[in-house]
Design a binder for this molecule. Structure first.
Ligand code: SF4
Length: 420
């Protein structure tokens, strides 16, 4: 093969000048982000700080390094009492009382691993806000629940069906952390439950009988809080149903309990054809070396990993923080899939941003960063009527003398020839 020192032809000197001027514009367009990004912490840069907290937690809980890496030890030692929590980071008497108060109504618990990511000096640490109860939960004066979603969308035990060709099997209500913003906080109750095998068998029968179902999501709670053997059994049953083309797992363990992603678990998944796993990173502080290692194992086993962020006020409802999160998830091989608008439910309203905030975020993703880093922004329709995308509008008029008037990501208003 010949070597051409000049590269592709067709660029004139004038063309180079125009390109250079455009590049100045491109750089200016993201300068605010480049400035802001320096102050947004990412777990990949905080390894040492997190290590110190980890040592402290191990000494409080009396565990070894080996035990730390054992997910069952992590689950057994989930931190769920104020006394232990106060040994890990400072809590005022008022905060202790408030955590106790909220915990009486809706349970809380955080894995030692996830607790090690909390910045003890920052009361607004995004990891802390997601895991430790705040009095705001109890101060919410309204009772806003959504019983219709469960009432009208479960045609068989353990199943939630909201769409034509896919459905959910709920396998457990257990989680390895009880996220403060969880939509299912009322269903999670105070005790861990694994739904009976008989009920899951009925769910599988329903899928067998309904041949339009090609996509099955196992979730909970957290689908990975049941044993490998149990998941292996459900996945094998699904493999044996011809019309089920793909299986999905809904789990937050890569974020809050990455040691759950063991070699044995990945070997088991590898046997089961096409598997997508969706998780929920909500802030770059959660993107750690340990999480990255877990994702690497999953991808090596052929599992495709996506991220479903929840738009959370005080945590990620900011165009720079969200962009960094999207870019950081890609760095560890996780594809941004959805940004969910937080629902108006009892106890979580202090986390709600406005739809305008979400739209602004989307506006500052498209064009300003790679398409790979751009998820779909979703509002969940009431009464279980499904996910609905909301987007900034780029089309200004669909017919101006036979042409479509639109605006580009960078604000140029242009016409697009829509004729054949
Ligand atoms: S892991 Fe998911 S289901 Fe469990 S508490 Fe968090 S958001 Fe809710």
């Amino acid at each position: 093969m010949e070597i051409d020192k000049e590269g592709p032809k067709g660029v004139t000197e004038e063309g180079r000048k125009v390109a250079a001027a455009r590049c100045v514009e491109y750089k200016e367009a993201i300068q605010d982000y480049l400035d802001a990004k320096k102050d947004i912490p990412c777990g990949l840069d905080l390894t040492e700080k997190n290590e110190q907290q980890k040592k402290k937690i191990l000494s409080v809980l009396g565990g070894s390094e080996e035990e730390w890496n054992d997910w069952k030890w992590q689950v057994r030692h989930m931190i769920r009492d104020v006394k232990t929590l106060a040994k890990i980071f400072p809590l005022s008497d008022e905060e202790k009382e408030q955590i106790e108060e909220v915990g009486k109504d809706v349970r809380w618990g955080v894995s030692p691993y996830y607790a090690s990511l909390i910045d003890p000096d920052d009361p607004n640490c995004p990891v802390r806000m997601q895991s430790i109860p705040s009095i705001q939960e109890a101060l919410d004066p309204s009772v806003v629940t959504e019983p219709e979603t469960i009432l009208y969308n479960s045609p068989a035990p353990c199943i939630t069906r909201l769409y034509p060709d896919r459905l959910i099997i709920n396998v457990t209500n257990a989680c390895s952390m009880f996220c403060r913003h969880c939509l299912r906080r009322r269903d999670i109750g105070h005790e861990n439950i694994r739904y009976a095998k008989e009920s899951v068998k009925e769910a599988l029968d329903y899928i067998r009988e309904n041949t339009e179902i090609r996509d099955v999501l196992l979730t909970g709670g957290d689908a990975l809080m049941v044993s490998d053997d149990y998941l292996d059994w459900i996945l094998s049953e699904l493999d044996a149903i011809d019309h089920v083309e793909i299986k999905r797992l809904g789990t937050r363990t890569p974020v809050v309990l990455p040691m759950r992603i063991t070699d044995e678990f990945c070997e088991m998944l590898e046997k089961h054809g096409t598997i997508f796993l969706n998780t929920q990173f909500n802030h770059s502080k959660e993107i750690t070396e340990t999480a990255a290692a877990a994702i690497k194992k999953l991808t090596r086993a052929g599992v495709l990993v996506g991220n479903q962020t929840v738009l959370l006020k005080g945590i990620n409802a900011d165009k720079h923080i969200m962009k960094k999160l999207m870019q950081d998830t890609l760095r560890i091989r996780v594809k941004p899939y959805y940004i969910f608008h937080c629902k108006k439910l009892e106890g979580i309203r202090h986390f709600r941003a406005h739809i305008e905030d979400g739209l602004e975020i989307m506006e500052y993703l498209r064009g300003y960063t790679s398409g790979l880093a751009i998820p779909t922004y979703i509002i969940t329709a009431p009464s279980g009527r499904g996910k609905t995308p909301v987007n900034p509008n780029y089309i200004l008029n669909t017919n101006v003398d036979g042409q479509v008037l639109f605006r580009t990501w960078g604000g140029h208003v242009m016409k697009y020839d829509n004729e054949r």
